[in-house]
Design a protein. Structure first.
Length: 453
């Protein structure tokens, strides 16, 4: 154990509080940067990449092909979760987080340098696919570390949902920044957006990484991991061990995310295909509406984390899942009016059920695993959903619309995702008030606290 690791066990109350604040800030800003990096592609796929890298395809087919590369990043996320989960449980949360930030930032910066189809043919799409895969690997390791670096510095069990909602806050913050960058450089470059304007937001990633590194280097390792290292209780192969001991928790945490992750990428990515290509709204109008929705999420996400502390993690997550299934039909009904004001409200409204789950999700998932396997277990469970939910959802939505030409069919798909989440959440334990600072027993053996639904 390093001197800094040991110092985490010997801090005064005031120093501990200061480190908690630093940990929350570091995890939040790092998550926002990684959210910006990953979600920038989500925005560019329907706006730019279909035209640049698949110009010979029908516009809808080109969008599908761009979304296919987009999905590669989601396939890579569980791989990154297993790799960095292993190191996060072996060498510590802080060191692993620094590596994931670098991996995300550099791969995103390199996207700005990828030549289009007109320059090197299909090889542009190949390079883009490789970089998207690297992005996914980096993000697969980022979420678990950002969550735990905040969660494991907290001394109070009563506010864990609120504390871990701040790393989650980085997600909508990243989406907000990505939308703002695309909107700004779209206006700046005008007709040249397709030739060079789209590249500038990717270039900016390198500057953001510098800020994130500076902040993350200033924090200590978490007391929970430092204690495990001090007691020589580090697992030799944590990623394998968590699959062996906690397969149920991994499967359920992946499935419970269906209602949160799949609809989000319909509302954040497919909305450009539907809003611009079908309803004939302008690119800047949709960007502005998504920007406003992301701004609202900056408020609703920490509120959701707090409410999960108050009424219980599972009960709150249930409410969010049910709301998702209902709001999907309201959303497409409002969008189909093609009235700008109604569409704007629909896009903002679509994010609210997502935020209800997103704000409480980090605590809900991380609490299911013991400290020595928590980075691996939480990361793998969280990111396995990328294969079944986030990755394919814009592809599924685009394919469903191409086949049926109806948004309500997509709403049925979202309802299906909501039902899966409700069922999976029903079988998850609720450890809203559980002390996770030193526990190391199997989660299923712990008593259910008050507030369990």
């Amino acid at each position: 154990m390093t001197a800094i690791d040991a110092a985490a066990l010997q801090l005064s109350d005031a120093e501990h509080s200061r480190q908690l604040r630093r940990a929350v800030v570091a995890s939040t800003i790092g998550s926002a940067i990684d959210g910006y990096d990953f979600l920038l592609y989500v925005l560019m796929a329907p706006l730019v990449f279909g035209k640049l890298f698949f110009p010979q395809s029908d516009p809808l087919v080109g969008t599908l092909q761009a979304f296919a590369i987009y999905a590669v990043g989601f396939v890579a996320r569980p791989i990154g979760a297993a790799i960095f989960g292993h190191f996060g449980d072996r060498i510590g949360r802080k060191a692993t987080l620094i590596v994931t930030l670098l991996l995300m930032g550099i791969s995103t910066f390199l996207v700005a340098l990828v030549p289009s189809y007109a320059t090197i043919g299909i090889w542009g799409a190949v390079i883009l696919t490789i970089l998207r895969f690297i992005q996914g690997v980096g993000l697969g390791g980022e979420w678990g570390g950002a969550t735990l670096i905040a969660m494991e510095w907290a001394r109070s069990n009563a506010h864990r949902g609120f504390i871990t909602s701040w790393p989650q806050w980085g997600g909508p913050a990243g989406l907000f920044l990505a939308n703002l960058a695309v909107l700004a450089f779209s206006a700046l470059s005008g007709d040249h957006f397709l030739t060079w304007g789209w590249r500038i937001p990717f270039f900016l990633s390198l500057l953001l990484v510098g800020v994130g590194l500076y902040i993350r280097l200033s924090i200590f390792e978490t007391p929970v991991f430092a204690r495990l290292a001090d007691q020589n209780r580090i697992e030799r192969a944590p990623a394998l061990e968590v699959f062996r001991r906690y397969p149920k928790q991994i499967a359920l945490t992946a499935l419970c995310r269906m209602a949160e992750q799949a609809p989000f990428y319909v509302y954040a990515a497919f909305v450009f295909t539907y809003g611009i290509g079908v309803l004939h709204a302008s690119r800047d109008f949709i960007l502005t509406a998504v920007l406003a929705a992301a701004a609202l999420s900056l408020v609703t996400t920490p509120i959701a984390g707090h409410l999960s502390d108050v009424i219980g993690r599972k009960r709150w997550y249930f409410i969010g899942s049910v709301a998702t299934g209902i709001v999907a039909f309201v959303y497409f009904g409002m969008m189909n009016t093609a009235l700008p004001a109604v569409m704007f409200i629909a896009i903002i409204l679509s994010f609210v059920p997502h935020d209800m789950m997103w704000g409480s999700q980090a605590a809900l998932i991380s609490e299911c695993f013991p400290a020595r396997l928590r980075y691996s277990g939480a990361s793998i469970g969280f990111h396995l959903s990328s294969i079944i939910a986030g990755g394919p959802s814009p592809l599924i939505a685009t394919a469903l619309f191409a086949a049926f030409r109806s948004g309500y069919v997509i709403a049925l798909y979202i309802l299906f995702c909501a039902v899966v989440s409700v069922v999976a959440t029903a079988f998850l334990p609720d450890y809203t008030n559980r002390d996770i600072s030193q526990e190391d027993a199997a989660p299923q053996a712990a008593p259910q606290p008050a507030g369990t639904s």
